[in-house]
Design a protein around this ligand. Structure first.
Ligand SMILES: Nc1ncnc2c1ncn2[C@@H]1O[C@H](COP(=O)(O)OP(=O)(O)OP(=O)(O)O)[C@@H](O)[C@H]1O
Ligand SMILES: [Mg+2]
Length: 275
């Protein structure tokens, strides 16, 4: 029952940015490299700390941008949220489910999208859509409706019977986007969503993210592209060497300077501190 003294705008706030959906609590992850990996990469240490006591929360309906340079730990963090990797320490809850204990439930509620395609190159978008729909137990009628909707939206209907290895990178990327979203999840994790895409496909992906945002989906996007984060996100976390270096509302962080300036300032301040 809604209290009568609540205004429409109170209710709107309650339904958007007050319900935690992705809760990352003090997560650490170290990769232990083989002697061969250490030698090939000319490293001094066989332990590579990817995440170091990382914490942040993404609320319902929020688009959260995880901004960081190469090797900052973005993919590691997203892979742990998506249950593809185990943390060494810390906990992550996705819609209340612990990613290590309730991984099946977490997987049902999310879509995880990366640019390194994992689609089988010898099958067609249409076949793969049906295959993954069956795995996710999407009813047949709904599957056909979603397929039509998503293939039309991404302009892949014409190519639905062409094998993935014969599609352009952009077309294959769009097919993977459609397949990842087939179960219409409320929580979507994008790892570098526009990497390697031409400007037209990148725009289509950005427009689609904005559409999902308007539908009230909870979204996390990792990127090192300032304009992508600025166009799509409401909140941003700057991750440096596996640590959250700065976090805040995008509008508030960028009142006096743009996101690129904020990022470099944060980077330099940390470098000075570590010297
Ligand atoms: N499977 C792995 N084995 C060993 N080291 C790894 C592994 N995955 C990641 N790392 C290391 O952990 C650190 C964080 O990597 P991660 O891929 O999470 O960074 P990122 O922010 O996604 O970078 P990029 O922008 O290049 O994608 C890097 O130093 C990387 O080399
Ligand atoms: Mg990455």
């Amino acid at each position: 029952m809604v209290p009568l003294n609540k205004t429409i705008s109170d209710l709107h706030l309650t339904s958007t940015f007050e319900t935690p959906i992705i809760e990352v609590h003090n997560v650490s992850k170290t990769f232990h490299l083989s002697r061969k990996q250490v030698a090939i990469n000319h490293l001094k240490n066989k332990d590579k700390v990817a995440l170091n006591d990382l914490s942040f929360t993404v609320f319902k309906g929020q688009v959260y941008g995880l901004l960081g340079a190469n090797g900052a730990g973005k993919t590691t963090c997203l892979r742990i949220i998506a249950t593809l990797l185990q943390p060494d320490q810390g906990t992550i809850l996705v819609n209340g489910h612990d990613v290590t204990k309730d991984s099946t439930l977490v997987r049902q509620e999310i879509a995880f999208l990366t640019t390194d395609l994992k689609l089988d190159p010898f099958f067609t978008p249409s076949y793969l859509f049906d295959y993954y729909s069956a795995l996710r137990e999407v009813p047949l009628a709904l599957r056909n409706e979603r397929k039509k909707q998503l293939f039309t939206r991404f302009g892949i209907s014409e190519f639905s019977e062409v094998k993935i290895n014969q599609l352009s990178t952009g077309m294959a990327q769009k097919a993977s986007l459609a397949i990842a979203l087939l179960h219409d999840p409320d929580i979507i994790i994008f790892d570098e969503p526009t990497n390697g895409l031409d400007v037209l496909t990148a725009k289509l992906v950005i427009d689609y993210i904005l559409e999902l945002k308007a539908q009230g989906k909870t979204i996390i996007i990792s990127s090192h592209i300032f304009s992508l984060i600025e166009k799509t996100c409401s909140k941003v976390g700057i991750i440096i060497d596996g640590k959250m270096a700065l976090e805040g509302d995008l509008k508030q962080l960028t009142t006096k300077e743009n996101l690129e300036e904020v990022f470099f300032k944060t980077y330099l301040a940390l470098e000075d501190k570590n010297e």
